[in-house]
Design a protein around this ligand. Structure first.
Ligand code: FAD
Length: 475
């Protein structure tokens, strides 16, 4: 990287015309500084509450741009953010003043149907992976919407519709190509840089920029047995204990979640749920549709629903993308905890809080964990303890910027109260809005893995170049 830039000690950057012209010669992808057409669009992330103004955005076109971008940041002391899908609720995909390496244009996906593996470039989204893999009846465990980035979701763990049968996204990683803080490109796998491979499976973007992932894929669908059933929210008090009991005996093929939410009064939604406060029972069987229909029907047959959307979502891709339009354009603040047990008292607490949500777009999300995810020992990957059978997440959201503070404060208060539930502890860092003091949350989540993570960090990123994340410091 030969270009020079004018950096100031805070990690921010400003350019002379000459310096900018030099950068434009070096990078193949477009670069944006404030005022450029394209800058506004590129600085934005999914969470509208995050309003940061980078000094420079490089929309990388390949590994060379990533390597030169990392070198630029290191050589000039720039605060560096790496953006894939831009979905982290804390806005870790952007920065004020510094440099954003935007990976979204590096999004190739190659499927090897014979070996059931999928190679994915570091800026792809799960929708792009599903598009390619489902043609061959394959899927890599991802999340539950199609717009999240493969990068952030995998490096932070990754829970979705397949985690009980096939584990977290990070558990299905076979190898990764990583651009280190030094600018060197290395392979991380069980055989090469095994410590790095261990650390990137749950340790987030702390160790380098992953430009290429190779995943194990599994036979899924395209048609799958699934449940997406909407009840009146008030029925949740009675239905959630039944859902819990069913979820616990349903077997590892079934991943399920219960949710409280409100649907907008949108005319394209089915009339019975337009503008309604709802309790949603959602489930999917990760196996042959005919084998799974019986147990999935038990989820569909709980209570007396307002609307059963299950048959309107004909296949796995439709299920993955079905809720995309409803979870965007929000001012968001999320917090989560794990629960060692989902007691009747815990359910009563969740229901009571659900009926008092400060905004219709606040989502309460209770996924079942366990299965193959829990079978992986806590120290086998950086992710940490996976033993809890349930997660409880308060996904605060509002379309109204004026209500954001109220929503955020409600989530903060509610997660504090949830922390007193029996067996509550830890947090899923992928669902973690930013707070001063979050170092404690990060420490708790990594638990006994933290010391090893710090040692790997000290080896691969001793200067903590990659720190716009749930940061693991090298000391
Ligand atoms: P970004 O904001 O782009 O990145 C997040 C972090 O990862 C940053 O620190 C970034 O530097 C780092 N990073 C990203 N890509 C790379 C890379 N290639 N190399 C190195 N570092 C990288 N999580 C789940 O587990 N399951 C879900 O079903 C799920 N659903 C969600 C739905 C919505 C609407 C939203 C907003 C979030 C959801 N999440 C889910 C949370 C999601 O996993 C995290 O927000 C995740 O970080 C998103 O990844 P991203 O690439 O989109 O984010």
């Amino acid at each position: 990287m030969s270009a020079s830039v004018t950096a100031v000690p805070t990690g921010t950057v400003a350019f002379s015309d000459e310096e900018l012209a030099e950068l434009q010669m070096v990078f193949r992808g477009p670069i944006y500084v404030p005022g450029d057409a394209g800058y506004e669009d590129s600085r934005a992330v999914e969470n509208l509450a995050i309003d940061r103004h980078p000094g420079l955005i490089i929309r990388c076109s390949g590994e060379a741009d990533v390597i030169d971008g990392v070198n630029l940041a290191r050589e000039h002391g720039l605060l560096l953010a790496v953006r894939c899908g831009g979905h982290h609720v804390a806005g870790h995909g952007t920065v004020d003043g510094g440099l954003v390496l935007d990976l979204r244009d590096i999004n190739g996906v190659w499927v090897d149907p014979a070996n059931k593996t999928v190679r994915v470039q570091g800026g792809a989204t799960w929708g792009q992976v599903d598009r390619e893999a489902q043609v061959f009846g394959l899927a890599v465990p991802g999340g539950v919407v199609s717009t999240t980035g493969v990068g952030g979701l995998t490096l932070g763990g990754g829970i979705g519709w397949l985690h009980r049968k096939h584990g977290l996204s990070c558990d299905n990683l076979i190898s990764a190509q990583v651009v280190l803080a030094s600018g060197e490109l290395v392979t991380a796998s069980a055989d090469e840089h095994p410590d790095l491979f261990w650390a990137i499976r749950g340790g987030g973007g702390n160790f380098g920029v992953v430009v290429d992932f190779v995943f194990q894929a599994h036979e899924v669908g395209p048609e799958v047995a699934l449940a997406a059933v909407f009840h009146d929210a008030a029925a949740g008090a009675e239905l959630m204990p039944q859902w819990r009991d069913l979820a616990l005996r349903a077997g590892d093929e079934v991943t399920t979640r219960a949710l409280y939410w409100s649907l907008p009064p949108a005319p394209d939604l089915p009339p019975p749920v337009q503008g309604k406060d709802v309790f949603i029972v959602a489930a999917m069987y990760a196996g042959d549709k005919a084998d799974g229909q019986g147990i999935i029907d038990e989820f569909r047959n709980l209570g007396d629903p307002l609307f059963d959307m299950s048959d309107h979502l004909p296949n796995y891709r439709a299920f993955q993308a079905g809720f995309d339009p409803l979870v965007t354009n929000l001012y968001s603040y999320w917090k989560s905890t794990y629960l060692d047990e989902l007691t009747d008292d815990a359910i009563a607490f969740i229901h009571e809080r659900a009926m008092a949500r400060p905004d219709p777009s606040v989502l309460i999300h209770v996924p079942i964990m366990g299965g193959t995810t829990a079978a992986v020992p806590a120290d086998a990957t950086a992710f940490g303890d996976r033993s809890a059978p349930f997660m409880l997440s308060f996904d605060g959201g509002t379309y109204d910027s004026g209500k954001y503070d109220e929503v955020r404060n409600w989530v903060r208060d509610t997660i504090k109260e949830a922390g007193r539930l029996p067996g509550a502890g830890g947090a899923y860092l992928g669902f973690s809005g930013d707070d001063a003091g979050d170092e404690q949350v990060v420490r708790e989540q990594f638990g006994g893995n933290l010391e090893r993570l710090k040692a790997v960090k000290a080896q691969y990123d001793p200067g903590n170049l990659f720190r716009v994340n749930n940061n693991i410091t090298p000391d």
